[in-house]
Design a protein around this ligand. Structure first.
Ligand code: UFG
Length: 344
């Protein structure tokens, strides 16, 4: 069993839910986070939700000046593996600042590999994305789908997957899981941790939630002329707590696997819901009006993508359990009880 785990980006939206899940399962954690898009308050609340052993290292994995410090901390912690979530993740920003995306995302992954090499813990669960599939596949998409990300952010995910594959070729002792997330939404049912985006949200759920709570006037629905049920985009929304459990399932799978290797696994529900269906569900859950207007299509969006999640079930014994209504109810509780997120 791998019980001493580094979680990079552990204070972030997905990371905080992963940490609560792993601590509840008895793992010890070293969180490495630079708080560039997260808050120390999230770490405090992780500790409030789950007992257990947490160390925190405030460090930027992409900064060469901090590399030795990170390696020392990993060695001192005697890490047996890592869940790697740290990185930049805004698609639009990656188009205007590609070098920053490559430097930060690839550089962070390389530093983590160095840190694990120093401890001998050759196990990585990587936060990849369905975005690696690009727009070339018919849904449901399985892991043999054609790869072709359409923006620099997506290419960093793709390149890191490939880098980890090469690492395994160089030393077959490495065990790697590339987890391809669909659209993570929702929050912990306690309402204590959730998504706290900087500035104007790019993604659908945080935007809807801010409209429902009165922080923004109305949602813009990007396109109603797609070839889908109601003309709006269709996505595979997955509850962040289901997603977190998927990381633990992947970690346990790698730890017990006798023939190590690289596995690529979709984490999705297998169900596609349209933007307007998501709006209607959120309206029901919050009992608030969600005014919206139809706007032009957003550049780079595709009409429809949802997962074939059967490999996760067969390999990891994992399936998503929470419904769209659960996702909306939990996302709304978090938003209502923390209208400005974690605050200053
Ligand atoms: N949408 C709106 N209005 C908004 C925001 C989004 O109508 O204000 C629509 C989009 O056009 C799309 C759907 O809601 O049809 C979902 O959009 P998101 O931005 O929430 O999610 P994406 O599917 O575009 O992107 C997500 C992640 C990315 C990842 C991608 C991979 O946010 O990090 O999935 O598929 F790369």
């Amino acid at each position: 069993m791998a019980d001493r785990i580094i979680v990079t980006g552990g204070a972030g939206y997905i990371g905080s839910h992963v940490c609560v899940d792993l601590l509840s399962a008895g793992k010890s954690l070293l969180i490495i986070d630079d708080f560039s898009n997260s808050s120390p308050e999230a770490v405090r609340r992780i500790q409030e939700l789950a007992e257990g052993d947490i160390r925190l290292l405030k460090s930027d994995l992409a900064d060469p000046a901090q590399r030795e410090r990170i390696i020392d901390a990993a060695r001192d912690f005697r890490a047996q593996g890592a869940i790697h979530l740290a990185g930049l993740k805004a698609v639009g920003e990656s188009v205007t600042e590609p070098e920053r995306y490559y430097r930060v995302n690839l550089g962070s992954a390389l530093t983590l590999i160095d840190a694990l090499k120093a401890t001998g813990g050759k196990l990585i669960v990587f936060s990849s994305s369905a975005t690696v599939y690009g727009d070339r596949n018919k849904s449901p998409v399985d892991e043999t789908g054609l790869l072709g990300p359409t923006n620099p952010y997506g290419r960093t995910k793709y390149f890191i997957e490939e880098m980890l594959r090469d690492l395994h070729v160089s030393d077959p002792g490495w065990k790697i899981a590339n987890l391809r997330y669909f659209n993570p939404v929702g929050a912990h049912p306690s309402g204590r941790i959730g998504e706290d985006p900087n500035g104007v949200p790019n993604n659908l759920f945080p935007y809807i939630a801010q409209v429902a709570v009165g922080r923004r006037e109305k949602l813009r629905v990007f396109g109603d002329d797609y070839d889908t049920r109601d003309g709006t985009g269709v996505r595979d929304f997955i509850h962040v707590c289901d997603l977190a459990r998927g990381h633990r399932a992947a970690l346990d799978h790698l730890a017990r696997e006798k023939a190590p290797g690289v596995v690529d696994v979709n984490l999705g529900t297998g169900l596609g819901y349209s933007v307007l269906e998501a709006v209607a569900a959120f309206k029901r859950a919050s009992n608030r009006d969600i005014p919206y207007e139809i706007a032009p299509r957003r550049e780079g969006d595709i009409a429809e993508i949802y997962a074939n999640p059967s490999k996760a079930k067969a390999l990891l014994g994992w399936t998503a359990e929470k419904s769209l209504d659960d996702m909306c109810a939990d996302h709304w509780r978090w938003q209502r009880e923390n209208p400005t997120g974690y605050g200053e």
